[in-house]
Design a protein around this ligand. Structure first.
Ligand code: PMP
Ligand code: GLU
Length: 391
């Protein structure tokens, strides 16, 4: 049939496919250990839920302004000031149906046909696909485990040409757990300013950093980089609110005005009820995120101890997020073979690294209980022993 070419150039999301596979197997009653799903396994806290039920009861159930209620935008401004040292007026904020939505709308507003968007790999699965949807070209720059999966400024500079429009920078990073330092960000910002390119800063895992280094927003480094950065964040990961669909962006008012037009004509406002819930989450002093972070850290540390014992696997310790990106090259299997066989033979589900641009890796999500991690690691250990014996 005669479909538009743009959908032919993209694939379904592999991370979402893995999540639905996990749901399906669970519904079938299979005893699957799920290291696949990229969402907190915590329930949304009660104080957030009650704000939403109050909104329903009070009839707060109508359209709001496209970019979100004044109250929510003010709360986001206060959050960005408090946590990130960023100064924005409400006119520079758009609340949306998730960080994913904000990233797409930003790309759609910024990128012309055939322009290039720089994406360091491993990358979050949707970035290149979104660029294709804009009829533009992703320029993937590989980062290595020995470099802690971070792009160096000189490498960024080498890859910029007259068609380059945007850098997508994801710190903390999904799937590697890498966190950029102040000096690394300063160097990157210098290149972006010098070469006149925009930055989309995806900071959705900001609250899940396990050491004391802290999260740094690139937009806060100086006025020049502030003027060309769109900071994206959301509540999915910080407050276990993946299903509520609230994200937001902040950037220079003139860019934000353009992005708002796209949202006006495509989705209008995010759910009024979710916006009320978001207000409660954003105003909170991080108590819930801290609790989750402590638990994720405990699980990460356990997972690391178990993985260290497996000679066929190799990894660096993720400094943030609830993911661990693990090199499987020594097994002789590529990432889809590894994931498929492990699922068939041991009922353990991982996400293949190819989703993030690297077939030599698999991604563990430790957003699952300690008991499941223990069980999953027992199975993996046994399976790898069998694999070694056969080879
Ligand atoms: N960015 C990254 C790096 C992600 O892993 C995700 C997936 N949750 C998103 C953006 C999108 O998050 P959401 O749309 O749920 O806010
Ligand atoms: N971001 C999560 C992941 O990487 C959830 C799925 C998605 O939106 O891609 O698994």
């Amino acid at each position: 049939m005669n479909f538009a070419r743009r959908t032919k150039s993209i694939n379904p999301s592999l991370t979402l496919a893995v999540a639905s596979q996990a749901r399906r197997l669970k519904n079938e009653g299979k005893d699957v250990v799920n290291f696949g799903s990229g969402e907190p396994d915590f329930d949304t806290p009660e104080f957030i839920k009650s704000k939403a039920t109050a909104a329903i009861k009070n009839g707060f159930t109508k359209y709001t302004p496209t970019a979100g209620t004044r109250q929510l935008k003010e709360a986001i401004c206060a959050k960005l000031k408090r946590d990130n040292g960023l100064n924005y007026e409400p006119s520079s904020i758009i609340a949306s149906n998730g960080a994913k939505h904000s990233i797409f709308n930003t790309l759609f507003a910024l990128v012309e046909e055939d322009e290039e968007v720089i994406i360091p790999s491993p990358y979050w699965v949707s970035y290149p696909q979104m660029v294709y949807l804009c009829n533009a070209k992703p320029r993937i720059i590989e980062t290595k485990q020995v470099d802690n999966f971070k792009i160096a400024a000189y490498k960024l500079k080498q890859n910029i040409n007259p068609k380059t429009k945007v850098l997508i920078l994801n710190t903390p990073n999904n799937p590697t757990g890498a966190v950029y330092s102040l000096s690394e960000l300063q160097e990157i910002a210098k290149v972006c300013v010098e070469k006149n390119i925009f930055v989309i800063a995806d900071e959705i895992y900001e609250k899940l950093i396990y050491d004391d280094s802290g999260h740094i927003s690139i937009a806060g480094l100086n006025k020049e980089i502030y003027n060309r950065t769109i900071t994206v964040n959301g509540l999915s990961k910080s407050h276990a609110m993946t299903g509520w669909r609230i994200g937001y962006l902040a950037g220079p008012a003139e860019i934000v005005k353009e992005i708002a037009k796209i949202q006006d004509h495509t989705t209008s406002c995010p759910s009024s009820i979710s916006q009320e819930a978001a207000l409660a989450a954003i105003a909170e002093d991080d108590g819930f995120s801290k609790k989750m972070r402590q638990e994720f850290r405990r699980r990460r540390d356990y997972l690391i101890e178990r993985l260290k014992e497996l000679k066929q696997l190799d990894f660096i310790v993720p400094r943030a997020t609830f993911y661990l990106f693990c090199n499987i090259k020594k097994t002789g299997l590529n990432s889809t073979e590894f994931v498929q066989r492990l699922l068939n033979e041991q009922s353990v589900l991982l996400t293949p690294g190819i989703a993030f641009g690297d077939h030599d890796y698999v991604r563990f999500s430790f957003a699952t209980s300690m008991g499941q991690i223990e069980k999953g690691m027992d199975r993996i250990e046994q399976w790898l022993r069998q694999l070694q014996r056969k080879s």
